[in-house]
Design a protein around this ligand. Structure first.
Ligand code: HEM
Length: 288
Protein backbone atom coordinates (compact mmCIF):
# COMPACT_ATOMS: atom_id res chain seq x y z
CA UNK A 1 0.00 0.00 0.00
CA UNK A 2 1.44 3.39 -1.04
CA UNK A 3 0.22 6.75 0.19
CA UNK A 4 -0.28 9.32 -2.56
CA UNK A 5 -2.09 12.60 -3.11
CA UNK A 6 -5.27 12.00 -5.11
CA UNK A 7 -8.45 13.93 -5.96
CA UNK A 8 -10.52 12.93 -2.98
CA UNK A 9 -8.77 10.43 -0.77
CA UNK A 10 -5.24 9.46 -0.01
CA UNK A 11 -5.21 5.70 -0.09
CA UNK A 12 -3.74 3.86 -3.04
CA UNK A 13 -2.76 0.33 -3.98
CA UNK A 14 0.25 -0.34 -6.13
CA UNK A 15 -0.61 -2.66 -8.97
CA UNK A 16 2.51 -2.61 -11.11
CA UNK A 17 5.66 -0.55 -11.59
CA UNK A 18 3.88 1.94 -13.86
CA UNK A 19 0.42 2.45 -12.40
CA UNK A 20 -1.53 2.48 -9.14
CA UNK A 21 -5.19 2.27 -8.23
CA UNK A 22 -6.40 5.13 -6.05
CA UNK A 23 -9.71 5.89 -4.33
CA UNK A 24 -10.70 8.97 -6.31
CA UNK A 25 -14.40 9.76 -5.90
CA UNK A 26 -16.18 9.72 -2.55
CA UNK A 27 -19.60 8.13 -2.19
CA UNK A 28 -21.32 11.57 -2.00
CA UNK A 29 -19.77 12.64 -5.32
CA UNK A 30 -20.80 9.38 -7.02
CA UNK A 31 -24.36 9.18 -5.68
CA UNK A 32 -25.13 12.86 -6.38
CA UNK A 33 -23.54 12.59 -9.87
CA UNK A 34 -25.83 9.74 -10.90
CA UNK A 35 -28.86 11.32 -9.20
CA UNK A 36 -28.53 14.52 -11.21
CA UNK A 37 -27.61 12.68 -14.41
CA UNK A 38 -30.89 10.68 -14.19
CA UNK A 39 -32.91 13.68 -12.96
CA UNK A 40 -31.55 15.92 -15.76
CA UNK A 41 -32.56 13.35 -18.39
CA UNK A 42 -36.20 13.52 -17.25
CA UNK A 43 -36.02 17.29 -16.64
CA UNK A 44 -34.80 17.88 -20.21
CA UNK A 45 -37.51 15.82 -21.93
CA UNK A 46 -40.36 17.06 -19.70
CA UNK A 47 -39.02 20.64 -19.95
CA UNK A 48 -39.19 20.50 -23.77
CA UNK A 49 -42.78 19.22 -23.42
CA UNK A 50 -43.61 22.30 -21.30
CA UNK A 51 -41.79 24.59 -23.77
CA UNK A 52 -43.91 23.16 -26.62
CA UNK A 53 -47.07 24.49 -24.95
CA UNK A 54 -45.82 27.98 -25.93
CA UNK A 55 -42.71 27.60 -28.11
CA UNK A 56 -41.50 31.19 -27.86
CA UNK A 57 -39.11 32.99 -25.48
CA UNK A 58 -39.08 36.67 -24.51
CA UNK A 59 -37.10 39.20 -22.49
CA UNK A 60 -38.90 41.14 -19.78
CA UNK A 61 -41.97 40.84 -17.61
CA UNK A 62 -44.65 40.26 -20.24
CA UNK A 63 -45.18 38.69 -23.64
CA UNK A 64 -47.45 39.55 -26.56
CA UNK A 65 -47.40 41.17 -30.02
CA UNK A 66 -47.33 44.72 -28.65
CA UNK A 67 -44.08 44.17 -26.69
CA UNK A 68 -41.86 42.98 -29.58
CA UNK A 69 -39.56 41.28 -27.06
CA UNK A 70 -39.36 37.80 -28.61
CA UNK A 71 -35.83 36.33 -28.72
CA UNK A 72 -36.64 32.81 -29.97
CA UNK A 73 -39.65 31.15 -31.53
CA UNK A 74 -40.30 27.75 -33.07
CA UNK A 75 -43.34 27.79 -35.34
CA UNK A 76 -45.08 26.00 -38.20
CA UNK A 77 -45.68 28.65 -40.90
CA UNK A 78 -47.46 28.49 -44.23
CA UNK A 79 -45.49 29.77 -47.25
CA UNK A 80 -47.12 31.68 -50.15
CA UNK A 81 -47.32 28.43 -52.19
CA UNK A 82 -49.39 26.81 -49.43
CA UNK A 83 -46.66 24.47 -48.11
CA UNK A 84 -46.22 24.39 -44.34
CA UNK A 85 -42.67 24.38 -42.90
CA UNK A 86 -41.02 24.58 -39.49
CA UNK A 87 -39.27 27.88 -38.82
CA UNK A 88 -37.01 28.74 -35.89
CA UNK A 89 -36.43 32.45 -35.37
CA UNK A 90 -33.49 33.55 -33.20
CA UNK A 91 -33.13 37.30 -32.52
CA UNK A 92 -35.07 38.10 -35.70
CA UNK A 93 -33.20 35.64 -37.96
CA UNK A 94 -35.38 32.80 -39.29
CA UNK A 95 -34.13 29.33 -40.21
CA UNK A 96 -36.06 26.55 -41.95
CA UNK A 97 -35.95 23.70 -39.42
CA UNK A 98 -38.64 21.47 -40.99
CA UNK A 99 -38.27 17.85 -39.90
CA UNK A 100 -36.96 18.71 -36.43
CA UNK A 101 -38.30 22.01 -35.04
CA UNK A 102 -41.74 23.42 -35.86
CA UNK A 103 -42.81 20.59 -38.16
CA UNK A 104 -41.70 16.99 -37.58
CA UNK A 105 -42.82 13.39 -38.02
CA UNK A 106 -43.65 11.50 -41.21
CA UNK A 107 -44.22 13.60 -44.36
CA UNK A 108 -47.73 12.12 -44.88
CA UNK A 109 -48.75 12.85 -41.26
CA UNK A 110 -46.66 15.76 -39.95
CA UNK A 111 -46.82 17.10 -36.39
CA UNK A 112 -46.96 20.84 -35.90
CA UNK A 113 -45.07 21.23 -32.62
CA UNK A 114 -41.94 22.98 -31.30
CA UNK A 115 -39.66 20.06 -30.40
CA UNK A 116 -40.32 16.67 -32.06
CA UNK A 117 -42.00 13.69 -30.33
CA UNK A 118 -38.68 11.90 -29.67
CA UNK A 119 -37.39 14.87 -27.64
CA UNK A 120 -40.35 15.28 -25.29
CA UNK A 121 -41.90 13.37 -22.42
CA UNK A 122 -44.61 12.23 -22.95
CA UNK A 123 -43.97 12.04 -26.69
CA UNK A 124 -47.48 13.39 -27.48
CA UNK A 125 -48.62 16.89 -26.47
CA UNK A 126 -49.59 16.71 -22.77
CA UNK A 127 -48.60 19.74 -20.72
CA UNK A 128 -49.97 18.55 -17.37
CA UNK A 129 -48.04 15.23 -17.40
CA UNK A 130 -44.92 17.13 -18.51
CA UNK A 131 -45.29 19.47 -15.53
CA UNK A 132 -45.81 16.62 -13.04
CA UNK A 133 -42.68 14.83 -14.29
CA UNK A 134 -40.67 18.08 -14.37
CA UNK A 135 -41.50 19.14 -10.80
CA UNK A 136 -41.00 15.60 -9.45
CA UNK A 137 -37.44 15.32 -10.81
CA UNK A 138 -36.66 18.99 -10.07
CA UNK A 139 -36.74 18.21 -6.33
CA UNK A 140 -34.38 15.21 -6.75
CA UNK A 141 -32.06 17.48 -8.68
CA UNK A 142 -32.18 20.25 -6.04
CA UNK A 143 -31.64 17.70 -3.22
CA UNK A 144 -28.65 16.13 -5.04
CA UNK A 145 -27.13 19.55 -5.62
CA UNK A 146 -27.53 20.58 -1.97
CA UNK A 147 -26.03 17.27 -0.73
CA UNK A 148 -23.12 17.64 -3.17
CA UNK A 149 -22.51 21.28 -2.14
CA UNK A 150 -22.57 20.69 1.63
CA UNK A 151 -20.52 17.46 1.51
CA UNK A 152 -17.98 19.00 -0.92
CA UNK A 153 -17.62 22.03 1.35
CA UNK A 154 -17.03 19.82 4.41
CA UNK A 155 -14.69 17.32 2.70
CA UNK A 156 -12.67 20.05 0.96
CA UNK A 157 -13.56 18.64 -2.51
CA UNK A 158 -14.98 22.02 -3.55
CA UNK A 159 -11.83 23.99 -2.73
CA UNK A 160 -9.29 21.30 -3.63
CA UNK A 161 -10.76 19.83 -6.83
CA UNK A 162 -13.43 22.15 -8.27
CA UNK A 163 -12.31 25.77 -7.76
CA UNK A 164 -9.40 26.46 -10.15
CA UNK A 165 -6.24 27.67 -8.36
CA UNK A 166 -3.87 30.37 -9.69
CA UNK A 167 -1.57 27.52 -10.80
CA UNK A 168 -4.47 25.93 -12.73
CA UNK A 169 -5.18 29.23 -14.51
CA UNK A 170 -1.48 29.66 -15.38
CA UNK A 171 -1.39 26.10 -16.72
CA UNK A 172 -4.54 26.62 -18.87
CA UNK A 173 -2.70 27.17 -22.21
CA UNK A 174 -0.78 23.88 -21.65
CA UNK A 175 -4.03 22.17 -20.64
CA UNK A 176 -5.82 23.40 -23.80
CA UNK A 177 -2.86 22.27 -25.96
CA UNK A 178 -2.95 18.83 -24.29
CA UNK A 179 -6.71 18.50 -24.91
CA UNK A 180 -6.32 19.51 -28.57
CA UNK A 181 -3.69 16.76 -28.98
CA UNK A 182 -5.82 14.27 -27.00
CA UNK A 183 -3.01 13.87 -24.45
CA UNK A 184 -4.52 12.93 -21.10
CA UNK A 185 -2.70 12.71 -17.77
CA UNK A 186 -4.17 10.00 -15.59
CA UNK A 187 -2.85 11.31 -12.31
CA UNK A 188 -6.16 11.34 -10.46
CA UNK A 189 -6.51 15.13 -10.33
CA UNK A 190 -8.72 17.41 -12.42
CA UNK A 191 -6.78 19.67 -14.81
CA UNK A 192 -7.54 23.41 -15.13
CA UNK A 193 -9.99 23.02 -18.03
CA UNK A 194 -11.85 20.26 -16.22
CA UNK A 195 -12.08 22.36 -13.05
CA UNK A 196 -13.38 25.35 -15.03
CA UNK A 197 -16.01 23.20 -16.78
CA UNK A 198 -17.14 21.50 -13.57
CA UNK A 199 -17.12 24.78 -11.60
CA UNK A 200 -19.15 26.43 -14.39
CA UNK A 201 -21.73 23.63 -14.29
CA UNK A 202 -21.87 23.14 -10.52
CA UNK A 203 -21.46 26.70 -9.27
CA UNK A 204 -23.02 28.78 -12.09
CA UNK A 205 -25.43 26.77 -14.26
CA UNK A 206 -26.94 24.52 -11.58
CA UNK A 207 -27.75 27.41 -9.15
CA UNK A 208 -29.00 29.56 -12.06
CA UNK A 209 -31.31 26.90 -13.49
CA UNK A 210 -32.72 26.24 -9.99
CA UNK A 211 -33.20 29.96 -9.22
CA UNK A 212 -34.85 30.74 -12.59
CA UNK A 213 -37.09 27.67 -12.18
CA UNK A 214 -38.22 28.95 -8.79
CA UNK A 215 -38.77 32.43 -10.29
CA UNK A 216 -41.36 30.96 -12.68
CA UNK A 217 -43.39 29.45 -9.83
CA UNK A 218 -46.40 31.59 -8.77
CA UNK A 219 -46.07 30.22 -5.22
CA UNK A 220 -42.47 31.42 -5.04
CA UNK A 221 -43.47 34.81 -6.50
CA UNK A 222 -45.75 35.30 -3.49
CA UNK A 223 -43.11 34.10 -1.00
CA UNK A 224 -39.98 35.65 -2.59
CA UNK A 225 -41.08 38.45 -4.99
CA UNK A 226 -37.48 39.74 -5.12
CA UNK A 227 -36.59 36.75 -7.33
CA UNK A 228 -38.61 38.35 -10.16
CA UNK A 229 -36.71 41.62 -9.63
CA UNK A 230 -33.31 39.89 -9.74
CA UNK A 231 -34.04 38.26 -13.11
CA UNK A 232 -35.97 41.19 -14.61
CA UNK A 233 -39.30 39.39 -14.88
CA UNK A 234 -40.79 35.97 -15.49
CA UNK A 235 -40.14 36.00 -19.26
CA UNK A 236 -36.42 36.75 -18.81
CA UNK A 237 -36.22 34.02 -16.12
CA UNK A 238 -37.80 31.56 -18.59
CA UNK A 239 -35.27 32.55 -21.30
CA UNK A 240 -32.31 32.15 -18.88
CA UNK A 241 -33.73 28.78 -17.75
CA UNK A 242 -33.84 27.64 -21.40
CA UNK A 243 -30.27 28.92 -22.08
CA UNK A 244 -28.98 27.02 -19.00
CA UNK A 245 -30.65 23.88 -20.36
CA UNK A 246 -28.96 24.41 -23.75
CA UNK A 247 -25.57 24.95 -22.01
CA UNK A 248 -26.05 21.70 -20.05
CA UNK A 249 -26.79 19.80 -23.27
CA UNK A 250 -23.57 21.17 -24.82
CA UNK A 251 -21.63 20.32 -21.62
CA UNK A 252 -23.13 16.80 -21.63
CA UNK A 253 -22.03 16.12 -25.24
CA UNK A 254 -18.46 17.33 -24.56
CA UNK A 255 -18.42 15.49 -21.20
CA UNK A 256 -19.33 12.15 -22.81
CA UNK A 257 -16.84 12.73 -25.62
CA UNK A 258 -14.05 13.44 -23.08
CA UNK A 259 -14.95 10.34 -21.01
CA UNK A 260 -14.73 8.20 -24.16
CA UNK A 261 -11.45 9.87 -25.25
CA UNK A 262 -9.80 9.63 -21.81
CA UNK A 263 -10.48 5.89 -21.39
CA UNK A 264 -14.13 5.06 -20.66
CA UNK A 265 -13.56 1.92 -18.54
CA UNK A 266 -11.23 3.60 -16.06
CA UNK A 267 -13.30 6.82 -15.98
CA UNK A 268 -16.60 4.96 -15.54
CA UNK A 269 -15.13 2.71 -12.86
CA UNK A 270 -14.05 5.78 -10.88
CA UNK A 271 -17.45 7.52 -10.99
CA UNK A 272 -19.26 4.23 -10.17
CA UNK A 273 -16.96 2.51 -7.65
CA UNK A 274 -14.61 5.35 -6.71
CA UNK A 275 -11.46 3.47 -7.80
CA UNK A 276 -9.24 4.85 -10.55
CA UNK A 277 -6.07 3.60 -12.18
CA UNK A 278 -3.42 6.34 -12.34
CA UNK A 279 -0.35 6.54 -14.48
CA UNK A 280 2.38 6.80 -11.84
CA UNK A 281 4.96 7.81 -14.43
CA UNK A 282 2.87 10.88 -15.32
CA UNK A 283 2.50 11.72 -11.64
CA UNK A 284 6.20 11.86 -11.16
CA UNK A 285 6.91 13.76 -14.37
CA UNK A 286 4.14 16.34 -14.16
CA UNK A 287 2.51 16.93 -10.77
CA UNK A 288 -0.61 19.10 -11.25
C1 HEM B 1 -26.28 15.88 -17.71
C2 HEM B 1 -25.71 14.91 -17.05
C3 HEM B 1 -24.36 15.03 -16.39
C4 HEM B 1 -23.81 16.09 -15.71
C5 HEM B 1 -24.42 17.46 -15.48
C6 HEM B 1 -22.49 15.67 -15.27
C7 HEM B 1 -21.61 16.45 -14.56
C8 HEM B 1 -20.44 16.02 -13.97
C9 HEM B 1 -19.66 16.74 -13.01
C10 HEM B 1 -19.99 18.15 -12.53
C11 HEM B 1 -18.62 15.96 -12.63
C12 HEM B 1 -17.56 16.29 -11.57
C13 HEM B 1 -18.17 15.88 -10.22
C14 HEM B 1 -17.30 16.20 -9.03
O1 HEM B 1 -16.09 16.02 -9.09
O2 HEM B 1 -17.85 16.62 -8.00
C15 HEM B 1 -18.70 14.73 -13.39
C16 HEM B 1 -17.80 13.68 -13.36
C17 HEM B 1 -17.87 12.56 -14.19
N1 HEM B 1 -18.92 12.22 -15.02
FE1 HEM B 1 -20.58 13.29 -15.36
N2 HEM B 1 -22.27 14.39 -15.69
C18 HEM B 1 -23.39 13.97 -16.38
C19 HEM B 1 -23.59 12.74 -16.97
C20 HEM B 1 -22.61 11.76 -17.10
C21 HEM B 1 -22.76 10.52 -17.81
C22 HEM B 1 -24.01 10.07 -18.57
C23 HEM B 1 -21.57 9.85 -17.71
C24 HEM B 1 -21.16 8.53 -18.29
C25 HEM B 1 -21.34 8.16 -19.52
C26 HEM B 1 -20.68 10.66 -16.90
C27 HEM B 1 -19.41 10.32 -16.54
C28 HEM B 1 -18.62 11.02 -15.65
C29 HEM B 1 -17.30 10.60 -15.23
C30 HEM B 1 -16.57 9.33 -15.68
C31 HEM B 1 -16.84 11.56 -14.33
C32 HEM B 1 -15.48 11.58 -13.62
C33 HEM B 1 -14.58 12.35 -14.52
C34 HEM B 1 -13.23 12.37 -13.95
O3 HEM B 1 -13.04 11.87 -12.84
O4 HEM B 1 -12.33 12.87 -14.65
N3 HEM B 1 -21.35 11.81 -16.55
N4 HEM B 1 -19.84 14.79 -14.18
Amino acid sequence: MTIMDDTESRSAQETSDDDAVIYRHRIATRVTHWTWAIALFFLLLSGLQIFNAHPELYIGKQSGFEFENSVLSVRALQAADGTVGGYTTVLGHSFNTTGVLGVSGPADNPSYRGFPAWATLPSYQDLSTGRVVHFFFAWFFVAAFLVWFVSSLISGHLKRDILPSIADIKALPASIADHLRFRFHHDGRYNGLQKLAYAGVLLVIFPLIIATGLTMSPGMNAAWPWLLDIFGGRQTARTIHFLCMAALVVFFLIHIFMVLAAGPLNEMRSIITGWYRTDKKNNEERPV
